[in-house]
Design a protein. Structure first.
Length: 275
């Protein structure tokens, strides 16, 4: 049996009782480390808590060694651990389909993810539209398709949860061209960078048409949600350029509709001071 087990958002103690029991009994335990991470817990700490060896599984490992992960899963229990919820990222449906093709059963052990935990700021979850990802720009690559999706949500009166890019064990273009196994330092997009990219995208698009998203649009910055060090700040998109949210992981919510009075009252707890 292949088990995809959600670990929650805060730290190793967020594992469910059911998930922990499976981990302790599994033949092998893998930790996916590219769609999200624990910022404070190392693999050594997880191994100590689980009392089991844990195999790190980066994107390259999962994409190129799925057969190794699924080896003997028809007779043994294999645990594949994911920070947050196992299917918070669609990446892992591929592993499920590969298991199916091999006649291997799977089971999902759910946990909290940023997609539902973002409700901690007081915005009502049923008022959210499509979740989007904002990728880190490079000098040669500056996609803006995320702006169209945000505006579609605004047109429908819906808030937008923006997941901010993380890059773990990424190769530089030079390293790939030379065939070298050299990796760039981990990079985590901050709210500041996301706000700056959004404002530049608005400026570019506004040369051709009016945008619903503006520098004055209300936003909510989130950091380390689920941990004891979580931080929430409400302000305009323009203000988000200067907000200090501290260490990763960060997310950003674009408010897309007039607020219910309870939402508005909750957000007063996190309103950014005028500068």
């Amino acid at each position: 049996m292949l088990y995809l087990i959600g670990l929650g958002l805060g730290d190793h103690t967020d594992i469910t009782v059911k998930g922990l029991k499976i981990i302790k009994q599994a033949k092998r335990v893998y930790l996916e480390s590219y769609t999200s991470i624990y910022c404070d817990d190392s693999i050594d700490e997880l191994e100590k808590f689980y009392e089991r060896p844990v195999i790190a599984a980066d994107r390259e490992f999962v994409e190129q060694n799925s057969d190794q992960i699924l080896a003997n899963a028809d007779i043994d229990d294999i645990a594949f651990l994911v920070v947050g919820d196992p299917l918070g990222a669609t990446t892992h449906t591929d592993l499920i389909l590969r298991a199916r093709d091999k006649g291997i059963e799977h089971r999902i052990i759910h946990n909290a993810s940023i997609i539902n935990a973002c409700g901690c700021c007081g915005l009502q979850l049923y008022n959210f539209g499509e979740v989007i990802s904002i990728p880190l720009w490079t000098d040669q690559w500056r996609p803006t398709s995320f702006l169209d999706k945000i505006e579609a949500n605004i047109n429908h009166g819906l808030h937008t949860l923006c997941l901010l890019d993380i890059k773990v064990k990424e190769q530089s273009i030079e390293a790939m061209m030379r065939g070298r196994q050299e990796y760039l330092p981990p990079t985590f997009m901050t709210v500041n960078v996301a706000a700056r990219q959004l404002l530049e995208s608005i400026e570019e698009k506004s040369k051709q048409q009016t945008t619903k998203l503006t520098a004055d649009t209300i936003c909510v910055a989130l950091a380390r949600i689920g941990s004891d060090k979580q931080k929430i700040i409400k302000g305009t998109l323009q203000q988000m350029i200067n907000v200090d949210m501290g260490p990763p992981l960060h997310s950003l919510i674009i408010v897309g509709r007039p607020l219910h009075h309870i939402e508005n009252e909750m957000l007063t707890l996190y309103t950014m001071k005028q500068q």
